[in-house]
Write a protein that binds this ligand. Structure first.
Ligand SMILES: Cc1cc2nc3c(=O)[nH]c(=O)nc-3n(C[C@H](O)[C@H](O)[C@H](O)COP(=O)(O)OP(=O)(O)OC[C@H]3O[C@@H](n4cnc5c(N)ncnc54)[C@H](O)[C@@H]3O)c2cc1C
Length: 370
């Protein structure tokens, strides 16, 4: 369930590995489109690209697509309830891949007044709002993680007539990057006219701006909240062992530690990466988890015991508008290496990576494992 980066790659790979006559693979997703979440800041800034249909994505794979939202999982009866289907659907093996969404309950007023870019509807709402702000107006972006940096840059590049302010509770932007990457990031934000407010923890969002914890108020025509993602409550409500944020706790084969017939992947899974840290909510983790879970499930269904799934990182990839970026190459445990790519080369690199994620798994064909 869930057809994002992790769910689609898992379903397509499973279809390649198992015989159509032996298994039925059903993919349930809230929409019939594949939402490229890594491009949602671009959507918010008014850009267009063809969102692939899921049916197109799954062409050639023996995967049945059900469009609807899963509202509950019954782990005893092994069924899922879907809002568009009258009867619950049964499963023998369930892959939980429902991703994440914006975390809007951090401070008063955020859920009510702030905009976000974590899903298609939110990014579209921001797109409409920004387009109607008069020249000289202000957009405040809260959070200088990757999503905040990319959103602030994209908006500043597209709307040079607006003032873009970036608020962070940290004392600088780009923590975790090598010094050269960090320096480039600062220069790029400067060039784009983004004013960075360090050590500025936001305490409340208002209809017309925000207040920081030290009592300063800032006016803004739109406040964009990008301080992190949270996962749906489905797993916790169904009684799975989860971490504090509701991500399903899994073993090294991505199998739920409380329900062995269930696997979890992507943002909604609390897996362990190379080096022992919890998996980072990212495509970089979601894609190997999607591929890995397919290998694990196919192995178990054909009587073999699989090895652990490796979740390692290669780079952190930040777009700074369409013509600039920073690529920070990393060790598999996500620590930065000295190697850094900046400027147009980084922008081209990032675009190539983003394109490759949409066709991460080759078209399905029924090629049994043996
Ligand atoms: C603006 C932005 C930029 C980003 N940039 C990067 C980047 O550069 N690099 C990077 O690695 N990561 C980036 N990310 C993070 C990345 O997009 C996520 O980590 C990734 O999408 C997680 O993949 P996933 O398959 O777990 O979930 P998702 O891609 O979120 O997919 C989950 C799917 O499940 C569906 N779903 C949810 N609930 C239900 C339900 N109850 N029933 C049925 N279907 C359901 C959703 O509709 C969705 O289709 C970015 C995110 C954003 C918002």
């Amino acid at each position: 369930m869930g057809a994002g980066y992790a769910g689609v790659s898992a379903a397509k790979r499973l279809a390649r590995k198992l015989r159509r006559s032996d298994v039925t693979i059903t993919l349930v997703n809230a929409s019939d489109r594949f939402v490229e979440r890594v491009r949602l800041h671009q959507l918010a800034a008014g850009q267009r690209w063809a969102a692939p249909s899921l049916r197109q994505q799954l062409r050639g794979a023996s995967v049945e697509l059900v469009v609807g939202s899963v509202t509950a999982i019954d782990t005893t009866g092994r069924t899922v309830r879907i809002d568009t289907v009258p009867r619950a659907i049964g499963y023998d093996t369930l892959v939980y891949a429902v991703g994440s969404r914006a975390r809007l309950d951090d401070v008063p007023g955020a859920a009510e007044y702030a905009y976000a870019v974590a899903d298609h509807a939110q990014a579209t709402r921001l797109r409409h709002r920004v387009a109607e702000i008069a020249s000289g107006g202000t957009v405040a972006v809260v959070g200088a993680g990757l999503t905040g940096l990319e959103t602030a840059s994209e908006l500043a590049e597209t709307y040079p007539e607006l003032r873009v302010r970036l608020f962070t509770g940290a004392d600088d932007v780009g923590s975790g990057l090598a010094p050269r990457a960090r320096a480039h990031l600062r220069r790029a934000l400067d060039r784009l006219g983004v004013s960075v407010h360090p050590n500025a923890l936001v305490a409340a969002v208002r209809k017309d701006g925000l207040d920081t914890r030290d009592g300063t108020s800032f006016a803004a025509d739109a406040v964009v909240w990008t301080t992190g993602f949270q996962v749906p409550e489905l797993a916790r409500a169904a009684g799975f062992a989860t971490d504090d944020s509701g991500r399903i706790l899994v073993d090294a084969t991505l199998r739920s530690i409380s329900h062995p017939e269930v696997y979890a992947v992507g943002d909604a899974a609390a897996a362990v990466s190379v080096g022992g840290a919890p998996s980072r909510m990212s495509c970089q983790a979601a894609l190997p988890m999607g591929r890995g879970v397919a290998d694990v499930v196919a192995a178990r269904l054909t009587g073999r015991e699989p090895g652990p799934v490796r979740i390692g990182y290669t780079f952190t990839n930040i777009s700074l508008g369409r013509r600039d970026g920073v690529v920070q190459f990393t060790r598999p445990d996500d620590r930065p290496r000295r190697a850094v790519l900046t400027g147009r080369a980084a922008a081209v690199f990032k675009e190539a990576v983003v394109r490759s994620t949409v066709r991460s798994e080759p078209r399905g064909s029924t090629r049994p494992l043996g």
